[in-house]
Design a protein around this ligand. Structure first.
Ligand code: UDX
Length: 479
């Protein structure tokens, strides 16, 4: 099929490349000249595994082209997909982008085309969508065009595989009285495995929103559970493993730590709370999800502070990882930025390393005073404590014993529960994570088996105000 995709950000470019890989004839339209010229030179402007190769292969095969000319690119398309951004960059919605896009594209659609919105939309915008398109169409005296939604459920870092092997494809009908539009979109995904669900536009928008809100809720639940495990001295990993066997619960998206970041989950939780409140509806569960999530970032800093004896003032703290999760260079609502700013405000000096050098440079601009290092080992050198912020595989595989020897004080707080506590203890580090307590190496440990040592997990340590340095922490563990 002939497909035109408007907007070549994360969503639009992944959609364009994947549809071309499914042997559709795709034109990707981008109005930002710098982005367009970078793509025309074969450069994908962000990090997404597998995407550069997919773009190159399909450009070479002639199935994927890029253009800055909306009118020419849409004139003969059977499906026009709108994938422009709908964030205002400040945690709010930006629907002007959609409006502007519709104004620029609708007059050029052919009579056989269907318009498909893939950008995430606020539910309150949905009832207006069909009417806006209808008005623009009537002004140009054009024939009826089906208007549909096709929300994306792709995760950054796994966007290509999520697109090619989706759990489901959702089609929302905003305006399609004859069903022609739904038929076209079904054809578009003919080669993709997984069920295709057609529903109303509002249902599709809420299905997208509901999925992200539920994922956010699971993470905040895992974090609250981890807090209880720390309070009572249990191990959240064991607890979750046992819970996950229950098929009603399952084990994915259940990892405790510094909480969720990125462009979708935090934004959608906040905007849903605000949008509902504007219409007089309270959403107390989502308010708790948001509060727990924001709190985790501060708890991470508090924990570093506790392990340093109650203050980070004058301490040098290394942060490993800056992007909001591995395999992306995205810093949008990355917990690292807030954590670094908080540590600096509490009087620490902060040095960070991330495998994505571009993200590192941007973070240094966004957080004045943040230093960066050329490698993980360079970052931890002479540090009083290190914090693992993003679980890049590079950090999971690094020589932690060597890292500990380079540090002024070998203290590691794992914000992603990504490392094995006993392995870190054996590497000579004091190690703390979420819901798995804190392990502090001690002379007395040397004659003990790992099992005996793990039994010495802290009991409620982080619920108490800290009054004494690390040695006292070790004392608490012994008592
Ligand atoms: C999300 C949705 O997963 C995706 O379906 C939607 O289309 C876009 O939004 P994304 O923002 O790319 O995708 O990231 P995701 O993998 O969902 O992770 C979001 C955040 O949650 C990350 O900061 C991650 O580190 C954190 N997370 C994830 C946890 O803290 N614990 C977990 O168990 C899983």
């Amino acid at each position: 099929m002939r497909v035109t995709v408007l907007g070549l950000g994360y969503v639009g470019l992944v959609t364009s490349a994947c549809l071309a890989a499914l042997e559709h004839e795709v034109i990707g339209v981008e109005t930002d000249e710098a982005k367009l010229s970078s793509l025309s030179n074969g450069l994908v402007p962000f990090h997404e595994p597998g995407l550069s190769d997919m773009v190159a292969t399909n450009v070479q095969a002639g199935r994927l082209r890029f253009s800055g000319d909306t009118a020419a690119a849409t004139a003969s398309a059977q499906i026009v997909i709108v994938a422009v951004g709908t964030h205002d960059g400040n945690g709010g919605w930006q629907t002007k982008t959609i409006n502007d896009c519709l104004v620029s594209v609708v007059p050029h659609l052919s009579r056989d085309a269907a318009l498909v919105v893939r950008s995430t939309l606020p539910p309150e915008f949905l009832p207006r969508l069909g009417a806006i398109v209808g008005r623009i169409r009537d002004e140009g005296d054009q024939p009826h065009i089906p208007v549909l939604l096709n929300p994306e459920f792709t995760r950054e870092g796994q966007a290509v595989s999520d697109f090619m092997k989706p759990d489901r494809v959702v089609i929302g009908v905003a305006d399609d009285p004859t069903g022609r539009g739904v038929k076209l979109v079904r054809r578009l995904y003919r080669q993709v495995p997984g069920p295709i669900l057609a529903m109303s536009g509002l249902d599709a928008a809420l299905a997208k929103l509901g999925s992200n809100l539920f994922l956010a809720t699971r993470i905040s639940f895992a974090n609250e559970l981890a807090g209880l495990c720390d309070l009572y001295g249990a191990d959240v990993e064991q607890v979750v493993a046992a819970m996950a066997y229950d098929q009603r619960i399952g084990g994915s998206f259940f990892r405790a730590g510094i909480g969720f970041g990125g462009s979708c989950l935090p934004h959608q939780v906040t905007m849903t709370i605000k949008g509902a409140a504007a219409s007089g509806r309270l959403t107390p569960l989502l308010a708790a999800v948001e509060e727990i999530n924001r709190g985790q970032r501060g708890r991470f800093v508090d924990r570093i502070e506790t392990l340093l004896g109650g203050s980070v003032k004058g301490a040098r703290i290394a942060l490993l990882g800056l992007t909001f999760k591995p395999e992306t260079d995205d810093l949008r609502d990355a917990p690292s930025l807030e954590i670094a700013a908080d540590l600096l405000a509490r009087g620490a000096s902060v040095v960070a390393y991330d495998p994505m050098s571009g993200a590192m440079a941007r973070a240094a601009q966004l957080v004045p005073g943040l230093e960066t290092a050329p490698s993980a080992l360079a970052a931890v050198e002479n540090a009083d404590a290190a914090g693992l912020v993003t679980e890049w595989s590079e950090f999971l595989a690094m020589d932690w014993a060597a890292a500990g020897r380079l540090m002024r004080r070998p203290i590691l707080v794992d914000g992603r529960n990504a490392l094995q506590p006993l392995a870190m203890l054996d590497a000579g580090l004091s190690y703390s994570s979420f819901g798995r307590g804190t392990l502090v190496p001690d002379e007395a440990d040397l004659n003990q088996t790992p099992r005996e040592r793990i039994a010495r997990r802290s009991l409620g340590l982080f619920e108490q105000p800290a009054t004494s340095p690390l040695f006292a922490t070790a004392q608490v563990l012994q008592d």
